[in-house]
Design a protein around this ligand. Structure first.
Ligand code: GUN
Ligand code: ZN
Length: 429
């Protein structure tokens, strides 16, 4: 197979920029190259050196554009694509008013196919090459999503959302059917091509203890699979969990008690954590998924990036569409920055880009495979135009450092900044 050499500015990481400073582990090349062979990246180095060493490679020169690993969205709900930006509700009312009625429609496979394809295409338009998605209670919604990702060659993580209480008719399963359907889908899809199956209890309020126990048992049978859910997103939600589980020490305990706390656990939001919850999450090396546009849009609260990522916890970054208000991981980085500012901590652009790529991949336990611009990783690549609008270009024209050049696109950029997208070595945008 012919090799392809992408030229431009490159951004790579050799470690976690939240530990011991971002500078030692962040590497920018003004004129770099990314050599692709088949579906994989084989080398990232200076452009001239790669050109000389690989004269046979087909060269695509992106000039001053920034070549990054493709963005990895670590938590979203593809069935909510159609109701993104629905007005005026906080979490529980938002679920009941907008989300649940829409999710009932995914009993229809043709509808699920249409929204799955639309969502993955929107993600690609925005430079996102991996989505981690909740589906609905309907197995059809899971089949549709994995099939649409397979067609596009994308690595995705997804699972059947399980709910057996506090959800409307047509949107409840049972403890047994959740176990059976999840197991069947897991066995059909986990590890098939680029698919990863995530066991997916929605959150404690919509699962009975029996269902949580059944899914805990399933996870114990298939510990290689991630388990995704929601944790401590909004104060009224936490009060509701306290009422529903009077014996639990805290929200996390409603998972822990049923075998749903573990290293491969992905806990969305994780905003209002107690000290015990923080310590337990750190102890088991679980992943927290920060969903900043959702946390402002639904009015949930301010994630403690410094306290959690700074402690070495696995933190991924996510759009959480349709609770989140954007398909763009650029906009998501901007919101993460803004929330950091509201907490008195300015997250550096090197850290923001790391979160959207390496950090999310680490949270998903896929480090080195995706979200990584380096040898051996999948050639999932996003090329950013750092002057994509007049407003951004007039700012970068006076840039004095690489971060002056990158940060305006993180704060002000959208899909117009996405100059090219490669998935598994194939150019899709
Ligand atoms: N908690 C339980 N379900 C959801 C959901 O769909 N979106 C958000 N943001 N939080 C949730
Ligand atoms: Zn969510």
């Amino acid at each position: 197979m012919t090799k392809t050499l992408l030229l431009g500015q490159t951004l790579t990481y050799s470690g976690n920029p939240f530990l011991n400073g971002w500078e030692p582990v962040t590497h920018h090349r003004r004129r770099g190259g990314v050599l692709i062979d088949g579906a994989k990246i084989v080398e990232v180095a200076e452009a001239d050196a790669l050109r000389a060493a690989h004269p046979e490679a087909k060269v695509i020169d992106y000039g001053n554009h920034l070549i990054s690993a493709g963005f990895v969205d670590a938590h979203m709900h593809y069935p909510q694509t159609g109701i993104i930006a629905s007005w005026g509700k906080q979490l529980i009312d938002w679920l009941n008013t907008y989300t649940f009625p829409e999710e009932t429609r995914f009993a229809s496979r043709p509808y699920a196919d249409e929204v799955a394809g639309r969502t993955l295409d929107l993600a690609l338009d925005h430079g996102t090459t991996t989505l981690t998605s909740f589906c609905t209670i309907h197995p059809e919604s899971v089949e549709a999503f994995f099939a649409a990702a397979q067609t596009r060659g994308m690595a995705v993580v997804a699972g059947k959302t399980c709910m057996d209480r506090n959800a409307p008719d047509g949107l409840r399963d049972t403890a047994q059917s959740a176990y059976d359907d999840s197991k069947r889908l897991l066995q059909a899809w986990h590890g098939r091509g680029r698919a990863t199956y995530a066991i997916s209890p929605r959150f404690s309020p919509t699962s009975t203890p029996d269902q949580l126990a059944a899914l805990g048992a399933l996870w114990a049978e298939f510990p290689d699979c991630p388990m995704q859910t929601h944790l401590s997103e909004q104060l009224p939600e936490i009060a509701w969990v306290r009422d529903l589980f009077p014996d639990a020490r805290d929200y996390l305990d409603t998972y822990e008690a049923f075998g749903l706390l573990g290293t491969k656990g992905l806990y969305g939001h994780a905003i209002h954590l107690t000290d015990r919850e923080r310590d337990r999450l750190a102890e088991v090396d679980a992943s927290l998924i920060h969903c900043p546009t959702s946390n402002t849009f639904i009015g949930s609260g301010l994630f403690d990036m410094t306290g959690l990522a700074g402690r070495g916890l696995r933190v991924g970054l996510a759009t959480d569409t349709g609770g989140g208000s954007s398909f763009s991981m650029l906009r998501t980085m901007a919101a993460a920055y803004e929330i950091g500012q509201l907490r008195g901590a300015a997250i550096h652009p090197a850290q923001l880009m790391w979160l959207a790529t390496e950090g999310s991949a680490r949270a998903l336990h896929m480090s080195g495979q995706i979200g990584h611009l380096g040898a051996g990783a999948a050639a999932d690549i996003t090329v950013l135009d750092l002057g994509s609008t007049p407003a951004i270009a007039q700012r970068t024209s006076r840039a004095e450092s690489v971060w002056d050049m990158v940060f305006p696109t993180l704060m002000m950029g959208d899909d117009r900044a996405v100059a090219a997208v490669w998935v598994g070595g194939t150019k899709l945008r």
